[in-house]
Design a protein around this ligand. Structure first.
Ligand code: ADP
Ligand code: GLC
Length: 482
């Protein structure tokens, strides 16, 4: 196999900057692709946390003017990741969340901040840096959606592009008046260009103009071609259906490995699964829950947004707790949901524990100590927490949508009989069906042998990047040969 080079362009990358699963994916896929002889370099913005982590980086190119100020490209290695960091202080020297300021509002210049990232990615593809010529460009989510547009309207040749949709709900829509400032010609403002319902659509541009489009599960790839999940883009996605495919995410099985996870109290594997009991105890202590071994401990690790369906959990909570279960929730996001869960913890002391915030170590402890992990999403492009749950022997309880449908095998009679069940799925996504799923989980939990089977089936499921990386590798090679 000849070696292929790819430039991945992303606004987040684990472990340097993360707000969600996008960072996990962009941080793990490059390493997995090495097995396929694909060398990936990732272009990321030079946020303070990124610059701090690459102190030994080398300036490889000065860009005297990039959307209102000077910038430079810094090449660096971080663990196994090869990075090109776009250091542009006027755009990225802002601590904390990469998209919003301290007031929790989008930075007013986000259009320019991410156009700069996309444009630099496109230019790198077209030879901006002497001696560097990637075979394929792989852009992620709306923040890099203009990349194929910059290539297309430059009039110059460039590599083929893959555009991955991680979440159709975030579309990056900006006023049309910005067109010239973005460095795009007037003709780009067209139906078959960047125009989107009277404004400039970054996600739309990516979908319209990339060579190939992927999303992060086969089910989501189907769902987004319908009006409900399509969120305004279903027509275009149907038009491009021939170039659209779903490739499931994996998880980094070194970062997420219960057998040698230093962030959890007691490590274990499928042979020593009984040791999970001590992680459960520790988790109950951490969340102020009663130390009851026989109470089903349901964990939630999630952004608190409408997508995740956790308002329905609030609705059915009394019913769940009446059955003797406990809830431990780690999450942050929409203020009303944060408040509702804080209030629930006060109403049900010893039975509901809530940590509002973002805590990577605690996320691991929850996977290692919860009996079940709940993901009741209204839509879910892939979802990673249910994959971590499978690997850690926390039985996932999920709605049957997107990647959740594709990664969890529901404990129906047939699946139990044939020994392949790994969790509980419910549909439709309503509070009523959620309550039924939770009741079903409680019944299964009471049957120790049945529950143990679910755990073992989950822990022996391959949730790594091995398979998915093969699909991306094939796609890159097709494009490089085309
Ligand atoms: P999304 O990207 O939509 O938020 P995913 O399931 O794909 O959903 O990825 C979420 C990632 O963020 C997982 O790695 C999960 O462990 C992590 N995560 C979410 N919320 C928290 C939190 N409050 N604390 C720590 N990690 C979190
Ligand atoms: C998005 C989606 C999530 C997916 C993640 C990584 O944040 O909401 O389902 O797992 O991207 O692809």
């Amino acid at each position: 196999m000849t070696q292929l080079t790819a430039l991945s362009i992303a606004s987040e990358i684990f472990p340097l900057i993360k707000t969600g699963g996008l960072a996990d994916v962009t941080g793990a896929l490059p390493t997995a692709l090495k097995q396929h002889d694909i060398a990936v370099v990732t272009l990321v913005p030079g946020y303070p946390s990124v610059l701090q982590a690459i102190e030994d980086g080398q300036t490889v190119l000065d860009l005297p003017e990039l959307f209102g100020g000077p910038a430079r490209l810094v090449a660096a290695r971080c663990g196994e990741l090869d990075l090109l960091v776009l250091d542009a202080p006027h755009l990225y020297a802002r601590p904390g969340n990469p998209y919003v300021g301290a007031d929790n509002k989008d930075w007013p210049d986000n259009a320019l901040r991410f156009a700069a990232l996309a444009q630099t990615g496109a230019r790198l593809g077209q030879g901006l840096m002497p001696g560097y010529a990637p075979d394929v460009l792989h852009a992620h989510d709306w923040q890099t959606g203009l990349l194929p547009a910059y290539l297309h309207y430059s009039g110059k040749r460039g590599p083929k592009t893959v555009f991955t949709i991680h979440n159709l709900a975030y579309q990056g829509q900006f006023p049309r008046e910005l067109l010239a400032r973005l460095g795009l010609p007037e003709r780009a403002y067209a139906m078959d260009g960047v125009e989107y319902y009277g404004s400039i659509g970054y996600l739309k541009a990516g979908i319209q103009l990339a060579t190939r489009i992927t999303t992060v599960s086969p089910s989501y790839a189907q769902e987004i071609q319908g009006t409900e999940a399509g969120m305004g883009l279903d027509g275009l996605l149907r038009l491009r259906a021939g170039d659209l495919s779903g490739i499931l995410n994996g998880i980094d099985d070194k970062v997420w490995d219960p057998a040698c996870d230093e962030l959890i109290p007691v490590s274990y594997d499928v042979e020593t699964i009984g040791a999970r009991a001590r992680n459960k105890q520790a988790l109950q202590t951490r969340f102020g829950l009663k130390p009851a071994a026989d109470a089903l401990l349901v964990g939630v690790v999630s952004r608190l947004s409408w997508q995740k369906g956790l308002d329905m959990l609030i609705e059915v909570l009394p019913e769940l707790l009446k059955g003797g279960a406990q809830l431990a929730l780690l999450g942050s996001g929409d203020a009303p949901l944060e408040q509702a869960f804080r209030a629930a913890a006060l109403t049900y002391p010893g039975q509901v524990g809530v940590v509002i915030g973002y805590d990577e170590a605690l996320a691991h402890q929850m996977q290692a100590g919860s009996d079940a992990l709940l993901v009741p999403s209204r839509f879910e492009p892939c979802g990673l927490t249910q994959l971590c749950a499978l690997r850690y022997g926390a039985v996932p309880i999920v709605s049957r949508v997107g990647g959740l449908a594709d990664t969890v095998v529901d404990a129906n009679e047939m699946a139990i009989a044939t020994g392949v069940a790994t969790g509980v799925q419910f549909t439709p996504v309503t509070a009523h069906a959620l309550a039924a799923a939770l009741a079903k989980a409680q019944a299964l939990f009471a049957d120790h042998a049945a529950w143990r089977n679910l755990q073992i089936n989950g822990m022996t499921t391959d949730v790594s990047w091995r398979n998915p990386a093969g699909h991306y590798a094939k796609l890159y090679r097709e494009l490089a040969d085309a």
